[in-house]
Ligand binder design. Sequence first.
Ligand code: 5GP
Length: 114
Amino acid sequence: MTDTIFDKIIRREIPADIVYEDDDILAFKDIAPHAPVHVLFVPKRSLATLNDAGPQDAELLGKLLLAASAYAKREGFAEKGYRCLINCNADGGQTVFHLHLHLLAGRKLREPLG
Ligand code: 5GP
C-alpha cells in the first residue's frame, strides 16, 4: 500500500492536532471539519480501505469504534449524540487511502447520510 498523509502524521513527519493515541490507534482533528467536533480515528497498521480488512482485523475495527465512543464520553457529548462513519473508495467519498473512522458531533447532523 502507498504512503499517505496519515502515515506521515502517524510517523510525526507532519503535524496534526492529536487528541488520542494508543498502541493501535491515532486520533486527530480533521483539517477541514464538517462539524464542531470532527476527529479521525486511524489505525496505525496500514489498511487502504475497509475492503482490505479481513477477519484478522476484527479486533482492530472494534477498537476504532470503542476509541471513538470513549472520546465522546470523555468530551461530554456522548449523551447528546454523534456520528461515526467510514468512507470506502470513490462512491463512498474516500480521499485518503488509509482506513479511518470519522467522528462528527457538536451540532444536529443533517439527514439523510448522503
Ligand atoms: P475521507 O474523505 O478519505 O473519508 O476523509 C479524509 C479526511 O482527511 C478529510 O475529511 C480531510 O479533511 C482530512 N485530511 C486530509 N488531509 C489532512 C491532513 O493533512 N491533516 C488532517 N488533520 N486531516 C486531513
